[in-house]
Ligand binder design. Structure first.
Ligand SMILES: Cc1ncc(COP(=O)(O)O)c(C=O)c1O
Length: 413
């Protein structure tokens, strides 16, 4: 029998299973209220509209939609996407849009064309787990910069880059999720966005803005998109249909510097030839027939109610000493417990009380986040949110009380 552990490439040996996927397996019991997944609510899937689009597509151009497509993506979809982005103040050309199988594939292709083993990149602390998984697969050296409620710490970024420059290890790019970040829900202020671009310019760096949630804003004004502010062609922007249509289609799009998009397209040829054309035609019709704009409004209404229900329940049931943010959009709330509480240790107790979250430290490349948790508010019903948050509040309260008693007990001689 082949011993694959000895045969795998060095690269494959460093690949790790996604921790969230492992956790999700543990809690896939019907009686557990899970705030763990990052899943859209199935009620937000436009089933009837999709059925009609699919029937029309098969009737009108069955031969075309079932055929292979070009690697960069089908023309009509790229044209609609360019129009949509231009309408949101992003000056992009359809020729510069690459359609991928999810933004996850864009992260993989980006890594494939940019990273040699041990190349440095900058990521947030915390940051999106799927991105660090892709970067790790290409053996990147990930340097971290703290992310606060208003996004990445620019002062720390400057310091980090100064140090890396001195060591001759300037990063290949900075990876950021600026709007309603997964996991923390943080959104970077307009001023900090400007500063980020200034810093990138100073060090001549590419900035990768992964933006799956910017359409899901429930409150407040939209912040300027990095790509609209960039006049030096140093921003790669990733967007996806996963949160505004359905993740099952696996359709996303990337736009940015021409040379980079072209190289990613060449890498994609060797990966999968093209993104599934049938799904691309569905996505095209979804925009072209004006279904998307209305549908996004429906999703926002649905998710906003859940967000408010969760925030209210947290106010009522979370004990003193716990802090959380109030994100104006996206899918996640980030909670910070008193420092001596480890949310990984708390996890089993929460599952015993039939409620689950994602342990925050999973989103930290280096140490940190042991007292944090990511809580998803889009997937559960409002009734489940109320019950689940009450149960979670109780588990946290009990843990705080146990810890306090332990701290007070006299040290034995
Ligand atoms: C920040 C971020 N990037 C990328 C993705 C992956 O998106 P896709 O479904 O398009 O692969 C997600 C999914 O949750 C995400 O949160």
């Amino acid at each position: 029998m082949i011993n694959f552990e000895e045969e795998f490439s060095e690269r494959a040996s460093k690949m790790k299973r996604s921790e969230i996927r492992e956790l999700l397996k543990l809690i896939q019991k019907p009686d557990i209220i899970s705030f763990a997944g990052g899943l859209p609510n199935p009620k937000a899937f436009p089933v009837e509209e999709t059925r009609k689009i699919i029937n029309d597509l098969l009737d009108e151009k069955g031969e075309k939609v079932l055929q292979y497509g070009s690697t960069e993506g089908i023309g009509p979809l790229r044209k609609e996407l360019a129009k949509m982005m231009q309408g949101r103040d992003m000056d992009v050309d359809q020729e510069n849009i690459l359609i991928t199988h999810g933004s996850q594939q864009a992260l993989d292709l980006l890594s494939k064309v940019m990273l040699d083993p041990d190349d440095t990149i900058i990521v947030g602390s915390p940051t999106y787990l799927g991105a660090t998984g892709a970067f790790r697969a290409f053996e990147a050296n990930m340097e971290t910069v703290p992310v606060h409620k208003d996004g990445m710490d620019m002062e720390m970024l400057r310091r980090k880059l100064g140090k890396l420059k001195n060591k001759g290890k300037l990063p290949k790019f900075i990876y950021v999720v600026l709007t309603f970040q997964n996991p923390s829900g943080a959104t970077m202020s307009a001023e900090k966005r400007e500063e980020l671009l200034e810093i990138a310019s100073e060090y001549d760096l590419l900035v990768v803005e992964d933006s799956p949630y910017s359409h899901l804003r429930y409150e407040g004004e939209e912040k300027p998109h990095l790509i609209s502010m960039d006049d030096e062609d140093r921003v790669l922007r990733l967007e996806t249909f996963s949160k505004i249509l359905a993740p099952g289609f696996r359709i996303a799009w990337t736009t940015g510097p021409t040379d980079l998009i072209e190289k990613m397209c060449i890498a994609k040829q060797a990966t999968d030839l093209c993104t599934n054309p049938f799904g691309q035609y569905v996505a095209y019709k979804y925009i072209a027939e004006g279904i998307m704009d209305n549908h996004i409004e429906d999703i926002k209404e649905l998710y906003n109610k859940k967000r408010l229900t969760m925030l209210e329940a947290m106010e009522e049931h979370f004990p003193e000493g716990v802090e959380w943010n109030r994100p104006n959009g996206g899918m996640f709330i980030w909670a910070e417990l008193p420092e001596h509480i480890n949310t990984r240790e708390l996890f089993d107790k929460a599952v015993d009380e039939k409620v689950a979250y994602v342990v925050g430290d999973a989103f930290f490349v280096d140490d940190g986040g042991y007292n944090t948790m990511r809580i998803n508010f889009t997937h559960s019903s409002e009734e489940e949110i109320k019950r689940g948050i009450k149960a979670l509040g109780k588990v946290i309260q009990e843990e705080i009380e146990t810890m306090d008693v332990e701290e007070e007990s006299p040290i034995s001689p």
